[in-house]
Design a protein around this ligand. Structure first.
Ligand code: PLP
Length: 391
């Protein structure tokens, strides 16, 4: 097959497009991470990330993808046999729960239909019933990257507060930070799990946890085995993070990505994501005509503004469609995972993205639907353009 020309259009929900200026910022020689020149870069990037998290509390960073930060959140805060409450949203909430079980934690699940996510009233019921306060932590994924759905973290905080429950509140912001409104301190999150490769527009490989004072106090008595992710050991390092070599190039990149986010303004970044996401959803709503592909998420108030998950009509494969689109048009889309393998495709619209980039991906999808003979309503791209042209 002929090698495609032109730009590879990348519409995955992570990793995401890396801005040219971030790539340029990382294109530098190595430097000793104790070198004063690097320390200044490190401290600026570290402080910048805290501003993006909207926290004035603690931050620990790891040479690891998001799974590492998940593991750090559990092992630093809990002891063998502890119970946690996981608010089900889809694949990633269930994976976090599976990791917890592998660490000898007891998991109670606020079970949910993946197309709607857990009911907050059920979260409240679980907490109210736990009069002995066995539950040590409530875990929720802010933006469920497989199902294209966000959970209302402030409502979960309110459920914890209303029931007077002392549990810690842990939130995964891997596909929301830098894309969706998120406020660690204001929303009372005790441990925030984040990663480099989505809204922060960096390569994969660095993850982190924002940690509250309350969580740090809980850490002091937590007994799950840990070493590489141990916060106590990290606080004794000059960097206050990282066991092992500091990924200096990530910091060249992070300093630039924070600069880009702050130049645009965090609120404007969120508004851009909302606008592009709405355009993507308008396209899918048109395609849904003629029994075509439709929005997977069934709760409009929970639609994700960073990823749109599209359910294929019965008998048609999301993977076959993605293959056609990649081979014919050099456009990459996200696929299904776990029980949704082959049944869906995902449009990532987060990070460094503008209208033509989104429209390019939507047009490639619409062409792919024609080529594959997938029934659909015509004119999805037109609907997206009409919306984007309005304002
Ligand atoms: N949590 C969420 C919401 C994710 O989207 C992902 C990955 O896409 C993860 C956790 C796992 O992160 P990683 O793949 O970086 O280990």
């Amino acid at each position: 097959m002929q090698k495609p020309r032109g730009r590879h259009f990348f519409a995955n929900p992570g990793p995401t497009n890396i801005p040219d200026s971030v790539l340029r910022a990382m294109d530098r020689p190595s430097i000793d991470f104790n070198d004063p020149d690097f320390v200044a870069i490190y401290e600026a990037a570290f402080a910048g990330l805290k501003r993006v998290l909207r926290t004035e509390q603690h931050l620990f960073m790891y040479n690891a993808s998001g799974h590492g930060a998940w593991e750090a959140s559990l092992t630093n805060l809990l002891s063998p046999g502890d119970t946690i409450l996981v608010v089900e949203s889809g694949y990633f909430s269930d994976e976090w729960a599976a990791m917890a079980r592998s660490h000898a934690l007891e998991v109670r699940l606020v079970a949910a239909d993946w197309r709607r996510g857990a009911d907050i009233a059920d979260v409240r019921r679980h907490l109210a019933a736990d009069t002995g306060h066995a539950i040590k932590a409530v875990c929720a994924v802010h933006n469920e990257t497989l199902t294209g759905m966000k959970l209302p973290l402030p409502a979960i905080r309110a459920a914890i507060d209303d029931t007077g429950h002392p549990a810690l509140f842990l939130a995964d912001t891997i596909s929301s930070l830098g894309s969706l409104d998120f406020r660690m301190d204001e929303w009372g999150i005790d441990c925030v799990v984040g990663g480099s490769q989505k809204g922060l527009m960096l390569p994969t490989g660095m993850s982190f946890t924002g940690v509250s004072g309350k969580a740090l106090a809980a850490h002091a008595t937590a007994r799950l085995p840990r070493f590489y992710f141990d916060w106590t050991m990290m606080t004794q390092r000059s960097t206050k993070s990282f066991i092992g070599t500091v990924p200096v190039h990530m910091f060249y990149g992070l300093r630039e990505s924070v600069r880009l986010i702050e130049e645009e303004g965090l609120d404007n970044v969120h508004a851009r994501h909302t606008r592009l996401a709405e355009a993507a959803r308008r396209a899918v709503r048109v395609w849904a005509g003629n029994d075509g592909p439709s929005l997977y998420c069934l709760s409009p108030e929970r639609f994700s503004d960073s990823v749109t998950t599209v359910l294929m009509p019965e008998g048609f494969s999301g993977d076959a469609l993605r293959k056609t689109i990649r081979e014919r048009f050099n456009v990459s889309l996200g696929g299904g995972l776990g029980r949704l393998s082959g049944l869906i495709f995902r449009i990532g619209h987060l990070g460094d993205l503008n209208e033509p980039m989104l429209l390019g991906a939507l047009a490639a999808i619409e062409m792919g639907l024609r080529i594959q003979g997938v029934p659909h309503g015509r004119g999805g791209v037109e609907a997206a353009m009409a919306f984007l042209a309005e304002g």
